[in-house]
Ligand binder design. Structure first.
Ligand SMILES: [Zn+2]
Length: 430
């Protein structure tokens, strides 16, 4: 398992061949999950007979697991075998308390394999050096994942960590990494710092950007305004990735940039509607994942709370695996505005097309008629009017919420006030 050459073959294989392998992996995964109190009880109550599963479609008959299920029964999840535990990760806790996610030795190998395949898809070679501007500490998993993936692939990792642009540029100039991994906002600031310090950013050694933590691609596969600015500034190819600590798996785009490839040994993905029905290819809905092979924190049909679409057509890169499109928003952040349903991400993607707008957040309150009363707060130091931004929202999204413009410092203070890992972009006052 987790052999890179075999993995390549599985990604080129016929769907039926691949599904046979996945069905066996699913059976193994379910047997392992029965060792966790929560699933022993729930799968037994649901009458699941693992050996009777005939195809991957049978997965849809198994119960779903929500973040609320985990939050209200934390002692029922996760392996309680201290001897098997090698690393303890904590979720970033955008909702509820942080969850403890124990990793076994095999989980760490799985993690390295996941990111090695991600790099391979993004065109990273053994000869490459990879500058990691993500943190490896504070019980954060993405940094460790991208580090161990680079090592597994045979490339060289440069563990720079976040912040300190001057030092980052020193590493770029001295060590000539061809690949950089980081959060879009930070990579953009790093590029701007270079420009302001007379560095020819587009001519530096970086040719591939792998982004984490924030979407850099829209549902139609066009880059987000931030993604487009990154490619332009660095003159580099962009691969956007999506993952979460709970499900221990990431989806990363290949060089074609048409959705994050689903790694068939590691994951089964479904898209469901509000009633829990599985949707067809290309329809937006909640992403539900079953991360195969996880030992420390096995999950079955975990509802991510994120909205996206699944694409099943073969990719131009030669891999025939499914691809998950750009995250369209969080289900809990869905806005209802005069008959239109939308997510804050769509608003940010429009207002950030204005080059004066640096970032922004959305506040939502309940209006008297039961719909949502939306206020958009945009951060800009140079001249831009809220009216002009509201016009662009009207033109692109057919909604016209109130748009307020404040200074970048004011907005950033509000967005970082709760001290979380990610800036807060959504304030739900409903
Ligand atoms: Zn591809």
């Amino acid at each position: 398992m987790y052999d890179l050459q075999k993995a390549k073959a599985l990604r080129m294989a016929d769907r039926s061949e691949r599904e046979k392998v996945q069905l066996e992996l699913l059976r193994q995964h379910l047997r392992r999950a029965m060792g966790i109190p929560y699933y022993l009880k729930n799968l037994t109550v649901a009458g699941v007979e693992i050996d009777r599963l005939q195809s991957l479609e049978d997965l849809a008959g198994l119960p779903l697991t929500s973040r609320q299920d985990i939050d209200s029964n934390p002692e029922q999840f996760g392996l309680r075998d201290e001897e098997a535990c090698r690393d303890i990760a904590l979720t970033s806790g955008t909702t509820g308390d942080a969850v403890i996610v124990p990793y076994t030795e095999n989980d760490l190998k799985r993690l390295a394999f996941n990111e090695a395949m991600a790099y391979m898809g993004a065109g990273v070679q053994k000869e490459d050096r990879v500058l990691l501007t993500v943190t490896l500490d504070r019980c954060f998993i993405a940094g460790l994942a991208y580090y161990s993936g680079a090592v597994k692939l045979g490339a060289a990792a440069i563990r720079s960590g976040p912040g300190q642009p001057e030092r980052q540029w020193q590493y770029i100039n001295d060590l000539k990494p061809r690949v950089i991994v980081g959060v879009p906002t930070f990579l953009y600031e790093l590029g701007c710092w270079g420009q302001n310090n007379n560095i020819d950013v587009g001519a530096c050694s970086i040719q591939t950007i792998v982004t984490i933590g924030e979407p850099a691609r829209q549902p139609d596969h066009r880059p987000t305004p931030m993604g487009a600015q990154l490619s332009e500034l660095w003159q580099a190819n962009l691969s956007s990735s999506y993952g979460a600590t709970e499900f221990e798996t990431a989806f990363c785009e290949c060089t074609e940039g048409v959705g994050g490839h689903v790694h068939p040994e590691l994951m089964l993905v479904e898209i469901i509607d509000e009633k829990g029905n599985v949707l067809k290819e290309g329809q937006p809905g909640e992403v539900v994942v079953t991360p195969l092979g996880v030992e420390g924190f096995p999950l079955i049909r975990f509802r991510t709370g994120d909205v996206a679409r699944l694409h099943t057509s073969p990719c131009r890169c030669g891999w025939t695996t499914d691809r998950l499109g750009g995250i369209e928003g969080r289900l809990a952040q869905r806005l209802k505005y005069r008959g239109t349903t939308l997510y804050p991400e769509a608003i940010f993607n429009v207002i950030q097309c204005n080059s004066n707008v640096v970032c922004g957040y959305v506040e939502v309150r309940k209006a008297a008629d039961g719909s949502d009363d939306i206020t958009v707060v945009a951060a800009a130091d140079s001249k831009v009017s809220g009216e002009a931004l509201a016009d662009s929202l009207q033109a692109r999204l057919r909604v016209r919420p109130v748009v307020v413009v404040r200074t970048v410092a004011e907005v950033k203070k509000v967005m970082s006030d709760d001290g979380g890992r990610k800036p807060k972009k959504f304030f739900d006052l409903r």
